[in-house]
Design a protein around this ligand. Structure first.
Ligand code: NDP
Ligand code: 8X3
Length: 260
């Protein structure tokens, strides 16, 4: 066990895939109890089965759409008593849609990105953090992005949502000053997950081309960073971790010399 997280209750949004699922596996190896949240319940169930078999992880499924303020509030409020005391909230659920120039943007895509990446993250924070304040214990980890720092063609709304995550992370730390609650914003560069499949709505060729000829980060690389952040001593707040592939230097500067 790399770190001992026994008896720690950790809620992960976006646990059905990519970074969230990798994070669940790494936290499972450390003995944490996990609340697994996302919309696709069957994916959460199979992850839960795997975690139970591999590490005897205690899990609770919390299927929900973070875009619904009412569902988020009711789901968190309705958690069984033994799951109410959340030690770590990992606000990871998020997505991009399309790469259209702003002047031709699809309104529905904008709504989905803003409602998920910004408002959904806020709804979860609003539902969970008051309990942390009451208990005077907790840690919020937000998954931002390199996109907060580098605006790229067609990415302006997604980039704006991740800039918002950066500002909301800073703001939460400011508002929690005087409490022991910590706030971390992880800013990954390219990570190979379902992210590009979702962005290009199942156009696999286009999705694969995002990572072609370069070595992208794996979801485990980011789970490592999350684990590092939440296992520092109580007086250490890792505010930001900016993690990019060696083959990437900015949103658009990518070394693809490794071939097709
Ligand atoms: P994936 O597409 O693999 O995972 C996204 C997760 O978010 C899924 O579990 C999905 O679950 C969940 N999700 C999406 N929309 C909602 C919603 N409305 N309600 C609840 N859950 C939702 O991508 P990643 O693992 O790559 O993405 C995780 C986070 O990392 C995102 O915030 C993304 O912006 C960020 N990120 C990704 C990078 C990358 O290159 N991949 C780089 C930088 C940041 P479900 O569909 O079941 O609801
Ligand atoms: C995801 C990374 O560069 O595709 O946040 O926007 S990028």
């Amino acid at each position: 066990m790399p770190f001992d997280l026994s008896n720690r209750t950790i809620l992960i949004t976006g646990a059905s895939s990519g970074i969230g699922a990798a994070c669940a596996r790494q936290l499972g190896t450390c003995g944490a109890r996990l609340i697994l949240s996302a919309r696709r319940k069957e994916k959460l169930q199979s992850l839960s089965n795997e975690l139970e078999q591999s590490y005897k992880t205690e899990t609770l499924l919390l299927p929900l759409d973070v875009q619904s303020a009412d569902d988020v509030a009711a789901s968190v409020e309705g958690l069984p008593a033994s799951w109410q005391e959340i030690d770590v909230l990992i606000n990871n659920a998020g997505l991009s849609r399309g790469l259209d120039p702003q002047q031709n943007g699809v309104l529905q895509d904008w709504e989905e990105m803003i409602d998920t990446n910004v408002k959904g993250l806020l709804y979860m924070t609003r539902a969970v953090v008051p309990g942390m304040v009451e208990r005077q214990a907790g840690h919020v980890v937000n998954i931002g992005s390199i996109a907060a720092r580098y605006t790229y063609p067609g990415g302006s709304v997604y980039c704006a949502t991740k800039s918002a995550v950066k500002v909301l992370s800073e703001g939460l730390k400011i508002d929690l000053l005087g409490t022991p609650i910590r706030v971390t914003n992880i800013e990954p560069g390219l990570v190979e997950t379902e992210f590009s499949d979702v962005r290009f709505r199942g156009d696999t060729d286009r999705a694969e081309s995002v990572y072609r000829g370069m070595t992208a980060l794996t979801p485990d690389d980011i789970a490592d960073s999350i684990l590092f952040s939440i296992t520092r001593p109580a007086h250490v707040n890792i505010s930001e971790l900016y993690v990019i592939p060696t083959d990437q230097s900015s949103g658009t500067l990518i070394d693809r010399r490794a071939g097709p």
